[in-house]
Design a protein around this ligand. Structure first.
Ligand code: ATP
Length: 199
């Protein structure tokens, strides 16, 4: 079985940027929890069918895709709905990630799980790599990228795990407050380390 490096970090920390470097520079395979989470509710999936059966066709767009805004409102209105969705989708997501991990061809792979701490998924990985930035950097970069308000970003930071909680599960840390050149060197160093661990 391939060495699995779990990659996590808060909103706007640079997870996607880091994962893309590993993939583009070193051809490392990526399993991405966010992509998998979309697949399990794609048109024709069991996940989407179960959601439509429970909440009715109003939770679908006319083209049959999931209406995330309506679903979010339903979850917000009633926390038992949120629990129901989590109970439905989390096992599906875990199972599909496991299945994708069996297809990995690179010497090691990255398992990108933004909410690793929140959903207690660190045991899916052999090691955990945390992309760490200050809250100030998180806010600045997310504002810049998404064009949202500072208050919106702060509200998300508040419901996510804290910087300290993420660092507590880290085996390796990439500090990403600095500029990109520095980041490439850090990734090159970790790549050599992970290859050595695979031997
Ligand atoms: P999210 O969880 O919100 O999807 P993320 O952790 O995947 O975010 P990225 O999208 O990779 O984060 O990065 C957030 C923003 O910060 C992007 O616009 C990205 O280009 C920028 N960024 C990331 N790393 C750096 C860096 N070292 N220097 C400058 N900008 C950076």
């Amino acid at each position: 079985m391939t060495l699995i490096i779990g990659l996590t970090g808060g909103i706007g920390s640079g997870k996607t940027t880091v994962a893309n470097h590993f993939h583009d520079n070193y051809h490392i395979d990526i399993v991405d929890a966010d992509l998998v989470a979309r697949e399990v509710v794609a048109v024709g999936s069991l996940g989407l069918k179960a959601i439509a059966d429970k909440f009715g066709a109003g939770v679908l767009h006319n083209d049959g895709t999931l209406n995330r805004v309506t679903l979010r409102e339903l979850l917000f209105a009633d926390s038992s709905n949120k629990q129901w969705i989590d109970n439905l989708l989390h096992p599906m997501i875990r199972q599909r990630m496991q299945q994708q991990l069996t297809q990995v061809r690179s010497p090691y792979c990255l398992l990108v799980i933004p909410l690793m701490v929140e959903n207690n998924l660190q045991s899916m990985a052999d090691r955990v790599l945390v992309v760490d930035v200050s809250p100030t950097t998180q806010i600045e970069r997310t504002l810049h990228r998404d064009g949202v308000s500072e208050n919106q970003v702060r509200a998300i930071l508040k419901v996510q795990a804290s910087r300290e909680q993420r660092l507590a599960i880290a085996d390796d840390i990439i500090s990403n407050d600095d500029e990109s050149q520095d980041l490439e060197e850090k990734i090159a160093h970790l790549h050599r380390k992970y290859l050595a661990l695979c031997d």
